[in-house]
Design a protein around this ligand. Structure first.
Ligand code: SAH
Length: 251
């Protein structure tokens, strides 16, 4: 059995209890070594086989899973954050389906949540922002038509941009072609929840310069949108004048 497990954004104690249990039981762990905190490998049992997928191709990963399966071993495939976001798990699941190898997925805390927690912000502020766009810039890997940054930026919603810290000049220019202004607040969040975490808040107009000065080129998220001001209306859910399914409005 193959267990895809979300490792969380970095801090080892942000792994789920399920993920910890699966790691402790695993005979083999194939981990995304470029981003997974190596401290998590300390949760494995003695003799557990460890493979760093950063040095492997998809074919080698699948071959290793197949070999472990033939030994009736349990394999954890450890992905950073939550595996459903830029985890490249679809192609692995397809290959496992083709071979009749069973698997399941244990979700993880995405860096998109880790970054918001580090900044102590809420993405959804009533009256200001109710939408979060999760995306990445086209780089060496393209994005589908209609999903370029400038088109998505036309909404003026909260945007969380993965895998793009190495292209901040182009990213800033694309964002400014949308609904955002030079004054729109932005944040570059480097290694959220790791000891070396850095939180760089700035105006969108200064994003690329701030990134350059800090030397941040990877393992960072860009957040942009008026939600970062954290000012807006209070929520109806906890408003004394508003009835909910659990509570009558106060008279
Ligand atoms: N599945 C992961 C994302 C993998 S793609 C998740 O849910 O978070 C890798 C990209 O994620 C990095 O280039 C960076 O943009 C972002 N990332 C991953 N961990 C991060 C962290 N701790 N802080 C900031 N960005 C992070």
């Amino acid at each position: 059995m193959i267990r895809f497990v979300g490792a969380g954004p970095g801090a080892p104690d942000l792994l789920t209890l399920r993920g910890a249990e699966l790691l402790a039981r695993a005979d083999c762990v194939i981990y995304a070594g470029s981003l997974v905190n190596p401290a998590l490998l300390g949760l494995t049992k003695p003799g557990c086989a460890l493979f760093n997928s950063a040095e492997m191709t998809l074919e080698q990963v699948i071959a290793q899973m197949e070999a472990q399966e033939a030994l009736h071993h349990e394999t954890v495939r450890l992905h950073t954050g939550d595996p459903s976001l830029y985890g490249a798990i679809r192609e692995q699941m397809d290959a496992l389906d083709a071979r009749g190898i069973p698997y399941d997925v244990a979700p993880g805390v995405s860096s998109l949540s880790g970054a918001a927690a580090a900044l102590q912000v809420e993405y959804t502020i009533p009256g200001v922002n109710q939408t979060v766009i999760v995306t990445r810039m086209a780089g060496r890997t393209p994005v589908p038509a209609g999903q370029d940054i400038a088109s998505l930026a036309a909404h003026g919603a909260a945007m969380v941009i993965f895998l793009s810290a190495g292209m901040l000049d182009a990213l800033q220019a694309e964002l400014l072609r949308g609904a955002y202004m030079e004054e729109t607040p932005a944040a570059l969040v480097y290694k959220a929840t790791w000891p070396e975490e850095r939180l760089l808040r700035c105006r969108l107009g200064d994003l690329a310069a701030v990134g350059r000065e800090a030397g941040v080129r990877r393992t960072a998220l860009v957040l942009v949108g008026d939600f970062l001001r954290q000012a807006g209306e209070r929520s109806r859910l906890y408003d004394p004048a508003f009835s909910t399914g659990y509570r009558e409005a106060e008279k």
